[in-house]
Design a protein around this ligand. Structure first.
Ligand code: ADP
Ligand code: ZN
Ligand code: ZN
Length: 741
């Protein structure tokens, strides 16, 4: 029996399959009422899932008797605004990801679970209009009288959730309500009116460079335009953001600010909330699901003026989009490395274009991609070349540690420099991008090393916890007392991590506090805040840490920055390693001398005369970047080429490569059939670390000089990969524009 009058609903479901699923409208609901973006509960296999209506069509390929009806419509109106829906469609298409799964990543988890997509309703307790505190019925009920009096202190009512916090007795209030002295009103949750003055704090008068930058962006308000704000550390980029945001708010629009994960220190957030009276919605990993949905709804309904968050905040809908800022645009945390492998900075550009607003990408060390876009005229380049507020740029010293004795990674000249700085009453920052005590434990008798049983990697020694830990798969073992291979007890830590540097520095400088900042030391909730409090007090001390220390922080008393080991970035096989090293060095160096006293930076390296290092330290990041771009161009690497990486992993050796061989064959066939030129297939090859967490991994790289043919072939390749028989035993994923190979 066919039912031609009723259109078929095509839904995106939370499934990795790159297709939509067809259903009939739920019983009793006219299909005409259903609009794209609405959520429906549907039967899916043996489960029920929540899907999003994408379109209504006249016919389905599914036979009518197999077509199931949706069970329930969850929304009276589409919760996902059209602009966000369009962005998700673009994202799914570009990253070759299923739309349903894309929506799962993009939407707050409670929305995916079917929570109403309306601002939360809340009960407020109020005094009745005609209630009198001396009501005669209360003469013998002192507790009710107290409760009434207490409630009278709150002319706007008391939210139900706050009753106990305000020591309001619920039973008394119930009794008062029966007497008609108290009433309950249901209101939208936390609806605060927009402030009358946006500024809570006066603005700094901008210097000439800042003003030029501000005016360039402001002239572009109301339409798309991309700006690369390249300003040295401490040049006042944040001040420019703040003033642009104020202009945006004054224009009646909302601003979206993306910050890297690592910058979520209280310092950054405080700076925004101190400046503005605005309603700020925060979206980051520490926010719980309910808060996340509330923030999302507030932004969508125009009740948040500023949205600040990490990567996924990009998908926050804005009722009145005005401006996007991506701070530290070069930061790797903008790229999601699992599931939907999107780059929030790149998508932010797409979004700004789709919604017609300016976007500002800011960094002291712009990515080569963004610099290339600026050179090509796609972004307007705005430079801030001087530190604001008169602080001087730090001086660099490359310290050759070839054949020098290293004491837990610290050379004698560095020790002297640290001693000098402390003696002058200043602070020292020691940077080492390696957690733990030592990256390897070695048997001095037989040469056994602490390999991970599940990975092609060494286990790191963590002395404090007396453990060996694999930083790749999380595997943990107790530290062996003797060699597992020969039984001897002479096991020696090789190399130094932050724990070891900390221990050594504490012995070398017993009169000064040594504070370690890395993922191990800051896992406790307030650790970071306490640490910053100590640093801000300003007494001489030594900070030892990983890149958590590198970014965004303002440490006015730090005048010496020491980079213990710059060699990794010069040796690595990954073509982006030198770019990352340069960014890290400049960012860490930027912590030095941010106030009156000038700062210096000591870089220890076995390759102190390496041309890249020389150029970076003598001519600065931009000279380095031009050189690096020239090399990328010559080698045909991004941003002069476009990459997509197909990864596969399996429990048995050879399986992943077998699957990728088939994929490669399919891709070759597609390229030939369609006469697509300029797409190269490289591989399959074993991944750089072939075995990780017990799985064997391989990869196939697709490299193209233009995006169009690459995306054409990917668009057809992926659906067929879903059907490859070899695919059952492997886990595979596609990474478009991968940032690590
Ligand atoms: P960035 O974001 O580029 O690292 P910030 O905006 O944090 O730089 O500014 C660095 C320091 O300079 C801060 O202490 C800030 O208050 C100060 N500053 C910024 N702009 C000005 C200005 N126009 N006049 C005086 N001080 C400024
Ligand atoms: Zn041994
Ligand atoms: Zn491991």
């Amino acid at each position: 029996m066919s039912d031609d009058a009723q259109p078929i609903l095509r839904l995106a479901l939370p499934s990795p399959l790159r297709r939509l699923f067809d259903y009939r409208a739920p019983a009793g609901i006219a299909a005409a009422r259903l609009q794209p973006g609405m959520r429906l509960r549907v039967p899916f296999g043996r489960r029920e899932v929540i899907g999003v209506l994408v379109e209504k069509v006249a016919h389905s390929e599914v036979p009518a008797d197999k077509l199931k009806a949706a069970l329930e419509l969850l929304d009276p109106r589409p919760p996902i605004p059209p602009a966000l829906f369009r962005l998700c469609l673009w994202t799914a298409q570009y990253y070759q990801h299923s739309l349903g799964d894309t929506l799962s990543w993009a939407l707050p988890v409670l929305l995916r679970q079917g929570e109403p997509a309306e601002a939360r309703q809340e009960r407020f307790w109020h005094l009745a209009e005609d209630a009198r505190l001396d009501d005669p019925r209360l003469t013998r009920a002192p507790r009710q009288r107290e409760a009434l009096k207490a409630l009278a202190q709150h002319p706007h009512g008391v939210p139900h959730a706050l009753l106990s916090k305000l020591e309001l007795n619920k039973d008394s209030l119930d009794l008062l309500r029966e007497k008609g002295l108290v009433r309950i009103e249901v209101r939208r949750h936390a609806q605060t009116p927009p402030p009358t003055h946006w500024l809570a704090q006066p603005e700094l008068p901008l210097n000439a460079e800042q003003r030029t930058a501000l005016e360039a962006v402001r002239a572009g308000f109301g339409r798309f335009g991309a700006f690369l704000l390249a300003g040295v550390t401490g040049s006042g980029k944040t001040e420019v953001y703040l003033q642009l945001i104020r202009e945006t708010l004054e224009a009646g629009k909302q601003a979206l600010v993306l910050i890297p994960e690592i910058n979520l220190g209280p310092q950054t957030l405080e700076r925004f909330s101190r400046r503005f009276n605005a309603r700020i919605a925060l979206l980051h990993s520490a926010v719980n699901d309910r808060e996340r949905l509330d923030a999302w709804l507030a932004a969508r309904d125009g009740e948040a003026d500023i949205v600040i968050g990490t990567r996924s905040a990009l998908f926050t809908p804005l009722q009145r989009p005005g401006l996007i800022i991506v701070d530290e645009e070069h930061d790797a945390s903008y790229k999601q490395q699992e599931g939907l492998r999107y780059h929030a900075r790149d998508l932010a550009l797409v979004r700004a274009q789709q919604e017609g607003m300016p976007i500002v990408l800011g960094s002291a060390t712009p990515s080569l991609e963004s610099l290339h876009n600026a050179h090509a005229g796609r972004y307007a380049l705005l430079r801030l070349n001087h530190r604001a507020g008169g602080a001087q740029a730090p001086r660099f010293l490359r310290l050759d540690v070839k054949s020098r004795p290293l004491d837990s990674g610290i050379s004698p000249p560095l020790q002297q420099a640290i001693a000098q700085t402390l003696a002058a009453g200043q602070q020292v920052l020691v940077f080492l991008n390696r957690r733990g005590f030592a990256p390897t434990l070695l048997c001095h008798d037989c040469g056994w090393v602490s390999g991970c049983s599940r990975c092609d990697a060494r286990m790191t020694l963590h002395q404090r916890s007396n453990e060996l830990r694999c930083h790749h798969c999380g595997h943990v073992e107790r530290r062996p007392a003797s060699c597992p291979q020969c039984g001897h007890v002479d096991l020696r830590p090789v190399g130094a991590g932050t724990e070891r540097a900390e221990e050594r520095l504490a012995i070398l400088f017993p009169d000064h506090p040594v504070l370690r900042v890395d993922r191990d030391s800051t896992s406790r909730k307030d650790a970071m805040a306490n640490l910053f409090a100590t640093i801000q007090r300003g007494e001489p001390c030594i900070l030892v840490g990983t890149q958590m220390l590198a970014k965004g922080h303002h440490f006015p008393r730090v005048t010496l920055v020491a980079i213990l080991d710059a060699d990794g970035g010069l040796f690595s096989a990954d073509f982006r390693a030198s770019e990352r090293m340069a960014q890290l060095i400049v960012q860490v160096a930027g912590r030095a001398g941010r106030a009156e006293e000038p700062g210096r930076v000591i870089i220890q390296s076995h390759l102190a005369d390496h041309p890249l290092l020389v150029q970076l330290t003598e001519q600065g990041y931009f000279a380095f970047a031009e050189q690096a771009l020239a090399e990328r161009r010559a080698a045909g690497l991004p941003p002069f080429a476009h990459l997509a990486l197909l990864r596969a992993e399996a429990h048995k050796p050879g399986q992943a490569e077998g699957f990728l061989d088939d994929a490669c064959g399919l891709a070759e066939q597609l390229l030939a059939e369609q006469r697509l030129y300029g797409v190269e297939l490289l591989g399959p090859v074993p991944a750089p670390m072939e075995r990780r967490a017990g799985r064997y991994r391989a990869q196939l790289l697709l490299q193209a000089n233009a995006r169009a043919p690459l995306h054409r072939v990917l668009g057809q390749l992926l659906p067929s990969l879903e059907n490859l028989p070899g695919g059952r035993a492997v886990r595979w994923s596609l990474d478009v524009d991968p940032i690590d190979l």
